[in-house]
Design a binder for this molecule. Structure first.
Ligand SMILES: [Zn+2]
Length: 290
């Protein structure tokens, strides 16, 4: 398996940004994942468990933009703006553990215990992280026995591809069918494709809970307590959208730098991108002073 997150150069990152501009979230996840693991093939990336992908994205974020992640949330109750910091290494380590401690990111050094330590006003999410055993998960409820595996990146992509705003349950049913290894109702095997219509809500809820327990990183949800009114607001941290927003800002700033330097010195885009950020900044200051 290839090593994660050797930061790619500015030209490659700009190309990643450009390719992702018109894409959906799950496609952007794949693009960013490819930037995190330059040597990996698409099949390898898509067959990783979601937690492993998240670990790689946290490692990429740390390599590109540093350790501390600023998160802004508005209180759902009074609208107060709240801001706190999370630690990319700690979140990445948590993700790697959840994905079976694959050690993909090398981010384990700080340990998941550091998670939330800097999150003023935020409770540390999901204290008990359990590692999935690698085998199928099993839920027994009433007359049902269902064995299933954790969704991979490919499963989520396939579910997203059939998502239909007019039928919100469609993506969920697709995911259920893909990830079910076997389903038995009162001793009779049930085809995974039929679970969407046959499986009682209560059993499905149990499946969701078991998956959440085995792969908690798929959703990082924080309960942020409001300093004004005391109400807790659930805040989801989606590393793909977070990292994409940062990449978008970075790319637009960089293009502005290219424009200013090209105008002032007549240099080409590749020449300007080849400058270190420090030199770019220095030349920009000289332009501003002139
Ligand atoms: Zn409030």
């Amino acid at each position: 398996m290839t090593r994660a997150a050797s930061p790619t150069g500015p030209a490659e990152l700009l190309a990643t940004w450009e390719a992702g501009l018109a894409q959906h979230d799950w496609e952007r996840s794949l693009l960013l994942h490819r930037a995190a693991r330059p040597g990996a093939g698409t099949d390898e990336l898509l067959s990783m468990p979601v937690g492993g992908r998240e670990a790689d994205l946290y490692a990429l974020r740390r390599a590109l933009f540093g350790e501390r992640m600023q998160v802004r949330v508005e209180c759902a109750s009074c609208g107060e703006a709240m801001e706190f910091e999370l630690d990319a290494s700690a979140l990445g380590a948590r993700a790697a553990r959840a994905a079976g401690a694959e050690g993909a990111s090398g981010a384990g050094a700080l340990g998941a215990e550091a998670l939330g330590a800097r999150a003023a006003g935020a409770e540390a999410p999901g204290a008990g992280v359990r590692t999935a055993s690698g085998g199928a998960l099993r839920v027994e409820e009433g007359e049902w026995v269902v064995e299933f595996r954790l969704p991979t990146v490919a499963d989520l992509a396939a579910a997203a591809a059939v998502a239909d705003p007019a039928d919100p349950a469609r993506a969920r049913r697709a995911l259920l069918a893909r990830c079910t290894v076997s389903a038995v109702r009162g001793g009779q095997a049930v085809a995974p494709e039929r679970l969407g219509e046959l499986l009682p809500r209560q059993v499905e809820q149990r499946l969701a809970e078991a998956a959440e327990e085995a792969d908690p990183v798929a959703d990082v949800t924080l309960d942020v307590a409001c300093p004004e009114c005391g109400e807790a607001t659930p805040a989801e941290l989606d590393i793909t959208s977070y990292l994409w927003a940062e990449l978008d800002n970075w790319a637009r700033d960089l293009l502005l730098d290219v424009h200013l330097l090209a105008t002032a010195y007549g240099w080409s885009e590749p020449e300007i991108l080849a400058l270190s950020p420090l030199r770019r900044r220095y030349y920009l200051e000289l332009c501003a002073d002139a």
